[in-house]
Design a protein around this ligand. Structure first.
Ligand SMILES: Cc1cc2nc3c(=O)[nH]c(=O)nc-3n(C[C@H](O)[C@H](O)[C@H](O)COP(=O)(O)OP(=O)(O)OC[C@H]3O[C@@H](n4cnc5c(N)ncnc54)[C@H](O)[C@@H]3O)c2cc1C
Length: 486
């Protein structure tokens, strides 16, 4: 590293805007094929999209997110242990956070730094961490370089152990932040905020919870995350399965064993092939007697390029390396004057056409990678994603595709349809029953809704979900919610 500039050293392992993942948007990239080639791919993209839209005209209503009755067990906390009894809280604080993940930890730490102490963190789980408390499935790691993703690395004087930190390390980092900034004494766990109501006379929010609390706060910060409420796909006879089952964000290590060794005589099925499944499948494939991966739409799987952090590099970093890294990352991409002129002169339609073609080149590179890695031709074909890059969250993994070469691993491609029925013994696809001991739902989380588990009522008694019911989905993102409450 010694012959590198300080900036190069600091930026080691960053994903740059000109890397292949982002380069797909570059209208100046060279076209490699005639337009007819791209038109044929686009036609296939449209056909595949149509197939899926026809199967699920109900859109987001295809999912169950309330998880009540027999589905309630999929939302239970397997990590929290006994509920710790405490008296209900009725006090008033300056800032109340709903949720105890990155957002709450980082913001409370900053508030502490400027001397705000009247803070309360209210969290459903039994500890801080949010996403990294709930998600402990085998293989879990961040997908953004950890040197950028983990908060407060300068302040914590910490350099993650890998380019992509493992889930457990991220969870421990959250706990370390809470300890350093003395946040545990400000937090209540195993507590769900159920209603947040604005009181105009008092100019305070009234906050109720499932533990009988009636707290008040001048500022409420919704730090409830956008991926914290597990969702299940509604499948016929959903609750009929007599084997064991759980959602990936509630992993049952008692059943699987910490090292998954208890799966060696088990037939395991996993529904879903999104980002979580991509990380969990290699471990399952290596340990289960048989693994069935039920696929509706494949993810795009690119090179991950993970590595163990070089200790010499870590030692060479200046104390404020992460904030310097952030500042450098925020600089606009460097384009030559000639490149800028070309883009400016390019008509909008031409720019879009070139960007789409560059995107398709990236997707065809992903297809080629599958062909090179997966030996069975039919399986390789079924694993090819037919949509534009970024239509589905892009994934990166070295072990996911090779897992399908193992003799005990079967890809059950439903060609966009999905699993149609669950039985006492397993699941049905295309009329065929797959018998299972364990069924894992890797079906993700509720998105595009406000106030997770919580009813937020503002001025004039208007509920936030009603307020935004006609708004485009961007209005539901947390970027908007906190500011509307502050
Ligand atoms: C498996 C997985 C991997 C991810 N990897 C990455 C990655 O690599 N890079 C990236 O940028 N992002 C990633 N994300 C997104 C991740 O959610 C965010 O990066 C970040 O951790 C969100 O932090 P948060 O504090 O906003 O929300 P969360 O971490 O989701 O925390 C919200 C907390 O609020 C609690 N809560 C919700 N409602 C209530 C209520 N009513 N009362 C009390 N508590 C409540 C929840 O229990 C939860 O603990 C990943 C997400 C998942 C699920």
């Amino acid at each position: 590293m010694s012959d590198k500039s300080l900036e190069e050293i600091i930026m080691h392992g960053a994903i740059r805007l000109d890397s292949p993942q982002f380069g797909v948007m570059d209208p100046l990239s060279e076209e490699t094929e005639p337009q007819a080639y791209y038109d044929a791919i686009k036609k296939r993209f449209a056909e595949e999209r149509e197939v899926r839209l026809n199967y699920r005209p109900e859109g987001a209503a295809q999912y169950d997110t309330e998880l009540q009755g027999e589905l309630e067990k999929y939302d239970d906390d397997p990590y929290g242990g006994e509920i710790i009894e405490r008296d209900p809280l009725t006090d008033t604080v300056e800032c109340l956070f709903i949720g105890g993940g990155f957002s709450a930890l980082l913001t409370s730490a900053r508030l502490r730094e400027i001397g705000v102490d009247s803070i309360r963190i209210v969290e459903r789980g039994a500890d801080v961490g949010g996403t990294w408390y709930w998600n402990r499935y085998p293989g879990i790691a961040c997908d953004v370089p950890s040197y950028d993703y983990l908060p407060l690395l300068d302040e914590m004087d910490y350099v993650p152990k890998h380019r992509y930190a493992r889930g457990e390390e991220i969870y421990q980092h959250c706990q370390a932040i809470a300890k350093k900034y003395d946040l545990y004494k400000l937090a209540v766990f195993q507590t769900t905020v159920t209603a947040t109501v604005w009181n105009k006379e008092e100019q305070l929010w009234h906050i109720s919870t499932n533990r009988g609390d009636h707290m008040k706060a001048r500022f409420v910060i919704c730090a409830n995350g956008i991926l914290s409420k597990p969702k299940l796909t509604k499948i016929k006879r959903m609750t009929s399965f007599k084997g064991h089952s759980f959602h990936t964000s509630r992993w049952d290590y008692d059943y699987t064993g910490d090292d998954l060794s208890k799966l060696k005589d088990k037939r395991v099925g996993i529904i879903g092939t999104g980002a979580t499944a991509v990380q969990a499948v290699p471990g399952l494939g290596a340990n289960a007697k048989q693994l069935f991966v039920f696929q509706r739409t494949p993810s795009s799987i690119d090179v991950r390029d993970d590595w163990e952090t070089d200790t010499q590099w870590a030692k060479s970093l200046p104390a404020d390396w992460q904030s310097q890294r952030r500042e450098i990352s925020l600089r606009p991409p460097q384009l030559s004057a000639e490149g800028l002129e070309k883009i400016k002169a390019m008509p909008r339609d031409e720019k879009l056409r070139r960007q789409e073609n560059a995107n398709m080149d990236a997707m065809m590179r992903i297809h080629k990678r599958i062909e090179e890695i997966v030996s069975d031709k039919d399986t390789a074909e079924a694993l090819k994603p037919w949509y534009m890059m970024m239509c589905k969250r892009p994934c990166f993994h070295e072990d996911y595709l090779p897992t399908f070469n193992l003799p005990n691993v079967n890809l059950i491609d439903t060609k966009g349809k999905g699993v149609t029925e669950i039985t006492e013994k397993g699941v049905i696809v295309d009329g065929k029953e797959y018998e299972l001991d364990l069924l894992i739902f890797a079906t993700g989380f509720e998105i595009q809704k406000t106030g997770i588990y919580n009813e937020i009522i503002g001025e004039n008694g208007v509920e936030l979900n009603d307020k935004y019911s006609d708004a485009p989905c961007w209005a539901f993102t947390p970027r908007v919610i906190p500011t509307s409450l502050l």
